[in-house]
Design a protein around this ligand. Structure first.
Ligand SMILES: [Ca+2]
Length: 462
C-alpha cells in the first residue's frame, strides 16, 4: 500500500517537472547588446547633456539603470578598441588577454568566449559590426557573424543604417525556439565623423559649449601626445575647431540613436521587447578638447576609459548606480542572466546583484592603464593618475572637481590620501599582473612641442 501512495506523487512531480523545465527554457531572457565605438560616458541627453539629442537612448535610460562609473580597464596599444572589445568577449583583464587577437577561430579553443558560452546555454548568437579592431576568434564564434567593411567617409555615412538593417532582418526572420544574444557594434561615432546631412543640420557648432576642461594643448608630455587620434585636430586646439568636431560627433550619435530606435521598434514588433535585456555601452571614451586632448589614449574621466552603461529589461529596476564597474563585468552579468556556466579565467564580476539591489558595489577601487606611460586608480571620491615616463602625478578630488581641473598632488594636506591611493594602485597592478613600474630611473623631460607635420585643421573633413 505504501508504494503506490508514494509513487503517485512522485510521478506527478516528474510529469510536472518536464514541462516546467521546457517552459523555463522558453522563458530564457534575450540579450540585445548595443555597443558603440568611441562613445563618451556623458554623451546621452538623459544623463545630462542638454545639447545632444538621443531620444531612443533616453527611453532606454528611463526604463532601466544607468551605471555612471563604467570603464574599460586599459590598453597596451593605441587602438584602445581592440583590448576593450576583447575584455568584453573574454571576461579577462587587459594584460591577460589571448596572445593572438587577430588569429582565426579555427586556431584556438573558442569555448570560453562569450558567444560560445551563451550558445552552450541555448542561445542563438548574432554579431553585426565593424571588421577589424575586434577579437577575431570571438567574432567568428557567433552563430552568425556579419562583419562589415565601413572604412572611408562614403561607407561610414550609412553605416548605422546598414548594420541596424541586419539586426532588424534577424529579428524578423528568426525562429523563436531559442533565445537570442545580439552583439551590435557599429563603428559609430568613431571618426571619420560623417552622418547623413539631416543629422549634421541639427548641430550648429557656434551653439555648442566647450568643456570647462578645454585647453589649447596638454600642459606636458603624457607619453602619447601625437598618436593618430590626437592628429584629428591641429595644435594649438582652437575653440572653433573643437566645436566643429563636437558638432560632427553629436551628429553621428543622433544618427546612431535614430537607428537604435528602429531596432527597438523591430524588437517590439517581434513581441520580444518584454523578454529582452537591452544593454547600451561604448568600447572606450574620448576626449573632445578636454586638457588639450582629442583621443582615447589617456586616463582622464572625460577621456579614454570612461564609457556609458545603460541596462533595461524584465526585472531591472529604474535608477542609477555609481558602483565602480568594468566593461568586462558584462561577460559574467550576461552569463548570470542567461543561466550560463562561467568558464575559467573570467575576471569580471556579475553586476546582477547590484542591478537587483542586493549589494551596492562589486569593488572599492577601480584601476586603469595605458601602455607603459599612464596608470590611474580611483575610489568613490579620489583619483590618482601617474605618468612614470615623465615622473608626473595628478591627484584629484572628483567630488569637488569632476572635470579634473585642480591637481592636488603637491598639497601637503592630501599627502596621506595620495600615499593611500598609490598603495592601492600598486595592489591592483599586482592583482592584474601589471608589472610596469610607477617610477623609472631616468624620466624624460616633460616639455612637449607639437610635431612639424601637424594637421592643418578639420575643415572639409566631411
Ligand atoms: Ca573604439
Amino acid at each position: 500500500m505504501l508504494f503506490p501512495r508514494l509513487l503517485t506523487p512522485l510521478l506527478l512531480l516528474i510529469a510536472a517537472a518536464v514541462p516546467a523545465t521546457r517552459a523555463a527554457d522558453a522563458r530564457k531572457i534575450n540579450i540585445l547588446h548595443l555597443h558603440a565605438d568611441d562613445y563618451r560616458a556623458d554623451a546621452v541627453h538623459a544623463l545630462g547633456n542638454e545639447i545632444l539629442q538621443t531620444p531612443n537612448l533616453d527611453t532606454l535610460a528611463g526604463r532601466g539603470m544607468a551605471f555612471t562609473r563604467c570603464y574599460t580597464m586599459g590598453s597596451m596599444m593605441g587602438a584602445v578598441c581592440l583590448p576593450s572589445r576583447t575584455m568584453l568577449l573574454t571576461g579577462r583583464s587587459w594584460l591577460r588577454l589571448p596572445d593572438r587577437l587577430n588569429a582565426p577561430a579555427k586556431t584556438m579553443d573558442t569555448s570560453p568566449f562569450l558567444p560560445r558560452v551563451l550558445g552552450a546555454a541555448g542561445y542563438s548568437t548574432l554579431h553585426v559590426g565593424k571588421r577589424g579592431n575586434d577579437f577575431r576568434a570571438a567574432l567568428e564564434s557567433f552563430d552568425t557573424n556579419i562583419a562589415m567593411d565601413d572604412d572611408g567617409p562614403a561607407l561610414r555615412r550609412g553605416s548605422s543604417e546598414r548594420q541596424a538593417n541586419s539586426v532588424i532582418k534577424f529579428l524578423s526572420e528568426r525562429t523563436k525556439e531559442k533565445p537570442f544574444y545580439i552583439y551590435f557594434s557599429p563603428p559609430v561615432p568613431h571618426d571619420p565623423r560623417v552622418a547623413p546631412p539631416e543629422f549634421h543640420s541639427l548641430y550648429d557648432p557656434a551653439k555648442i559649449p566647450l568643456s570647462p576642461a578645454f585647453l589649447p594643448q596638454h600642459p606636458w608630455d603624457n607619453g602619447e601626445m601625437a598618436i593618430r587620434d590626437e592628429r584629428l585636430a591641429p595644435w594649438p586646439r582652437t575653440p572653433e575647431d573643437t566645436k566643429q568636431q563636437l558638432a560632427d560627433y553629436y551628429a553621428c550619435i543622433t544618427g546612431l540613436d535614430h537607428h537604435i530606435g528602429r531596432i527597438f521598434a523591430a524588437l517590439k514588433a517581434s513581441g520580444e521587447m518584454e523578454n529582452t535585456i537591452i544593454v547600451f555601452t561604448g568600447d572606450n571614451g574620448l576626449s573632445m578638447g578636454e586638457h588639450g586632448l582629442f583621443g582615447k589614449q589617456n586616463l582622464y574621466e572625460f577621456g579614454g576609459m570612461h564609457v556609458p552603461l545603460l541596462i533595461a529589461g524584465p526585472g531591472i529596476p529604474k535608477g542609477r548606480s555609481d558602483a565602480l564597474v568594468y566593461l568586462m563585468d558584462l561577460f559574467p552579468t550576461f552569463a548570470d542572466f542567461a543561466g550560463a556556466k562561467l568558464p575559467e579565467g573570467v575576471e569580471g564580476k556579475s553586476l546582477r546583484p547590484v542591478i537587483e539591489g542586493k549589494i551596492p558595489k562589486v569593488r572599492d577601487v577601480l584601476y586603469t592603464g595605458y601602455r607603459h606611460c599612464m596608470r590611474s586608480i580611483r575610489d568613490d571620491r579620489w583619483k590618482l593618475i601617474r605618468y612614470p615616463l615623465v615622473d608626473k602625478t595628478q591627484f584629484f578630488d572628483l567630488a569637488a572637481d569632476p572635470r579634473e581641473l585642480t591637481n592636488l598632488a603637491d598639497k601637503p594636506a592630501h599627502a596621506a590620501k595620495l600615499a593611500e591611493l598609490t598603495a592601492l594602485l600598486e595592489k591592483e597592478m599586482l592583482a592584474y599582473g601589471d608589472k610596469h613600474p610607477l617610477k623609472v630611473e631616468k624620466p624624460m623631460p616633460a616639455e612637449w612641442t607639437p610635431p612639424a607635420d601637424r594637421p592643418k585643421g578639420s575643415k572639409g573633413r566631411r
